[in-house]
Design a protein around this ligand. Structure first.
Ligand code: ADP
Ligand code: MG
Length: 360
């Protein structure tokens, strides 16, 4: 177990990078706290694997240092870093039995036979393969092989860190959901520093204490899962967290934390955030923040009126699309049907409103 420090770290795959655009990973300073589980979340190509491979030593960074418990390991090979890494594709020895595959990392380190037998049994139980220990890996399904890979990753208890690179992304949907839940409880019981790479928001939420969000090689937010989803730092994170954006005519910032935006002719309060997309003022509204208000017209702060455009039954209620003048469409759930072309008032909870953009 170790604290992992990234010190002025950056990486370019080009031999002579000139501009920031040449860097797959922009300069990053960060401590991964010992024993915490982190998700590295971002779209495909944003630099997640690059960062993970630098931590494990598969890749030498073009700039900066990496430290384990304050010791510089930048030039140490993978074997000296004492980490375990699980990849997207299974890494198993086909000619070996499941048992020998699981035991391999332990035997390789000279663990004694009694401990190996006991630990392999324990891990086999965790991944649900106790009945298959004597089977050769050859001939097992891709899903089973990936479970072995996960087991091999977790078998050693003395690693500095456990690194996962999208280990569930090639499993079928059903198994992915099951494994996500199982892995969440497994990781909760481990005392190891975990870095879990994923592009899947649900996985990040389920598996990590904290989430580091990467956008085009840049670390844009590091926070608890709750904070990432209630106070996204950038428009891109907000969109990923399920907020939908609207271009607005004007933003008035009051202080560090609150701002108003002109929205549907009203003044809509929300959390003051940074620069808007393309430098334009925007509000981002979370779908859960919008409810039908009493009465037909905007009567108080946080309430806007609009005209019903469509109303579709969805089992748990009606999904109603409302057109708000100058602000576009807003969706709200209603327990009863609403007639098209009628005017309704919408209450918008300021907690679910992000106001991006400089004050005019
Ligand atoms: P992710 O894991 O988030 O999908 P990667 O870290 O694999 O992203 O890639 C980040 C960027 O670096 C991408 O633009 C990718 O094309 C580029 N890249 C990755 N590996 C190499 C490589 N070996 N050589 C050159 N460019 C690479
Ligand atoms: Mg990757």
């Amino acid at each position: 177990m170790a604290k992992i420090t990234l010190d002025n770290l950056a990486h370019s795959y080009l031999p002579n990078p000139t501009s920031e655009d040449d860097f797959a990973l922009k300069e990053l300073n960060h401590d991964w706290v010992d024993g915490e589980a982190y998700a590295l979340l971002g779209a495909s190509g944003c630099g997640k694997s690059t960062l993970l491979n630098i931590i494990s030593g598969l890749l030498h960074p073009s700039q900066g240092r990496i430290l384990f418990n304050d010791r510089d390991v930048t030039n140490d090979p993978t074997t000296k870093r004492n980490i375990a890494q699980v990849f997207q594709f299974p890494v198993v020895y086909d000619t070996m039995t499941v048992r020998d595959n699981l035991a391999f990392p332990l035997r390789n380190r000279g663990a004694d036979a009694a401990y190996v037998a006991q630990r392999v049994q324990q891990i086999a139980g965790m991944i649900g393969m106790e009945d298959m220990l004597n089977r050769k890996a050859r001939g097992l399904t891709a899903d089973a092989k990936q479970k072995i890979s996960l087991g091999r990753g977790m078998v050693r208890e003395d690693v500095n860190a456990l690194l996962f690179d999208e280990p569930l992304s090639n499993l079928d949907v059903q198994l992915r959901a099951t494994m996500r839940t199982e892995l969440a409880s497994l990781l909760g019981r481990l005392n190891t520093t975990v870095v879990y790479v994923t592009h899947d928001v649900t996985e990040a939420l389920a598996l990590a204490d904290r989430i580091l969000v990467l956008d085009q090689g840049r670390a844009v937010q590091l926070d608890t899962a709750r904070a990432v989803f209630s106070r996204p730092a950038t428009p891109w994170v907000a969109a990923m967290a399920g907020f939908s954006s609207r271009l607005v005519p004007q933003v008035v910032r009051h202080d560090e934390s609150t701002a108003h935006a002109t929205f549907g002719g009203e003044s809509l309060r929300g959390q003051a955030c940074g620069e808007g997309p393309d430098g334009e003022p925007h509000v981002f509204i979370h779908p859960d923040a919008v409810t039908l208000a009493e009465g037909l017209h905007a009567v108080e702060e946080g309430t806007v009126s609009g005209v019903v455009q469509s109303c579709v039954y969805e089992g748990r209620g009606y999904r109603v699309t409302v057109h708000v003048a100058d602000a576009g469409q807003v969706t709200v759930m209603s327990p009863w049907a609403l007639e098209v072309a009628t005017t309704v008032a919408l209450a918008i909870d300021p907690e679910g409103v992000l106001v991006f953009g400089r004050a005019a």
